[in-house]
Design a protein around this ligand. Structure first.
Ligand code: THU
Length: 137
């Protein structure tokens, strides 16, 4: 379980990232932040494209940022998704799969400007996950 102060830091980072989202088509900004086992936090936002299908979600953007900036293996302890909405947004299926690669035991939080927060774990979001263990049993 992560500490309240770690969760607060994740929220600050995710909210800041949401402010940088490039989402002229959906007008749905998303910010995400991941906490590593070294206590580092990396954030990302969604980046859309005129060729819609090329859009990358905030969660994968955060994971890729973590990979690019971390020497050695990456372990993600927690991820937080922030949307400036009244209902929380859980990571999409593709992002769940990518999170699983580096944080199969991660806690996952979805926070918005309304009262509802989702606090769960990746294993509940992606049961029976296909992962590295399948390839290297
Ligand atoms: N989006 C995310 O960044 N994360 C999610 O978990 C759900 C969807 C983005 C993709 C797209 O830019 C916009 O939200 C609307 O789908």
């Amino acid at each position: 379980m992560i500490h309240d102060r770690e969760r607060s830091a994740l929220l600050v980072a995710a909210r800041e990232a949401a402010g940088r989202a490039y989402c002229p088509y959906s007008k749905f900004p998303v910010g995400a932040a991941v906490l590593t086992d070294r206590g580092e936090i990396f954030a990302g936002c969604n980046v859309e494209n005129a060729s819609y299908g090329l859009t990358i979600c905030a969660e994968r953007s955060a994971v890729f940022q973590a990979i690019a900036r971390t020497k050695g293996p990456l372990r993600i302890r927690a991820a937080l998704v922030y949307t400036p909405t009244q209902t929380p947004t859980a990571p999409c299926g593709a992002c769940r799969q990518v999170l699983n690669e580096f944080g199969p035991d991660a806690e996952v939080f979805s926070v918005c400007d309304g009262p509802g927060t989702i606090a769960t774990i990746l294993k509940d979001l992606l049961p029976q996950a296909f992962g590295p263990h399948n390839l290297n049993p």
